[in-house]
Design a protein around this ligand. Sequence first.
Ligand code: ATP
Ligand code: MG
Length: 440
Amino acid sequence: MIPRPEHTVSRKSISEAALRVLYRLLDAGYDAYLVGGGVRDLLLGRDPKDFDVATNARPEKVREIFRNCRLVGRRFLLAHIHFGNEIVEVATFRASHDQAGHGEEGVMDDGRILRDNVYGTLEQDAWRRDFTVNALYYNPRDFSVLDFGMGLADLRAGVLRLVGDPYSRYREDPVRMLRAVRFAAKLSFRIDPDTEAPIAQQHHLLREVPAARLFDEVLKLLMTGNGCQTFTLLRHHGLFAELFPQTESALVYEKEGFALAILRRALSNTDERVLASKPVTPSFLFAALLWEPVRQDVLQQLKVPIREALPLAADRVLQEQNTRVAIPRRYALQIREIWSMQGRLAQIKGKRQTHLIGHPRFRAAYDFLLLRAASGEDVEDLASYWTHLQAEKGLIEVPETLDPEAVVSEAAVESVATTQGNPRRRRYKLARHKPAPRGK
Ligand code: ATP
Ligand code: MG
């Protein structure tokens, strides 16, 4: 037990909502602690993303105490207490299965935990948590911090260490491998060698995890401000190939560095936007993540016009991707549109396709075209054609890098239009990056 004067968790830095939840539970006669990322981040002097509470009150009791409460969770029941935009997650103390001595129900042959509703004591709860630094508890009764293992020592040393035997902890829940990488990137911690070593041998276990859960994890990995660093670590540990096998083969196959460039650029744009609190959408990032497999598929479809080849490629790539990371329908639709618009934006022969500018997905598709151009794909002329056209209509400011005379010149737009519209030239452009043999 670390008393208040010896640690840095102060009530002032805990959200109003989390404090209300803690004190209401105490008032109702239960134990309640702040745990997980909230305590960890406050001890590190960082701003927590959200607050998690652990209590000995069962979920049904928690619901009775809070009107603004919803019970959620498939693997185990959790209470979400809603305060406007903020959600405080309340979990009942749980034990691991062997500690509870309940036989092995809910555990698969491969050691995976399917249901995990074995309630336990505070100490048992600490042992079933993933990393030592995530198993620190803040006690609102006396403001002390409780550490049952090496949480504080690891925190000070900047080390991520799984609680218990790493091999079996990963078998129980392979998502912990992704969490290790996510926290390592976010906190700039190193992964303890014993926690790191099993990942190389066990990353394939991710194939057993429901694809819908992995979608949520991918958002946390790549869309919370540390995407670039996380991506590097995921690849280093062989985890990226489990999540995006088509992209990984495309990265290995494509030698000019274009495939990697578009990913890095999309991820760093996303990181910048998140840090600036600008909105980000999964569809744009996923469109970029899967673009190279789509592009290579299109190149395989010899003699098929690009506008027809793109939707076919999109279907194949998305279907395959969904076996690993399930992309919700609404995003899949947007991704398809961003891709198919790449075909429509390229068809500018003869008449000027001004009407496309009014398309609901035009902005995303145009941004995507800029991304492709900036990453070295041979579409710079096409991208500046669309920039010109929009600037001419007064829809965007004329970028400083473009000659303002050229922007207003009809002839300039037309000249780009005619060269871009030539199908032979387009084939050459597309073929610049050699196609991968299908099925690789
Ligand atoms: P973040 O800053 O992303 O919220 P966090 O550590 O709070 O980080 P959560 O996903 O909010 O992560 O989970 C809260 C806590 O629940 C964790 O700190 C950990 O103690 C426990 N936990 C979450 N997922 C797992 C898991 N798969 N296995 C074991 N414990 C877990
Ligand atoms: Mg949390």
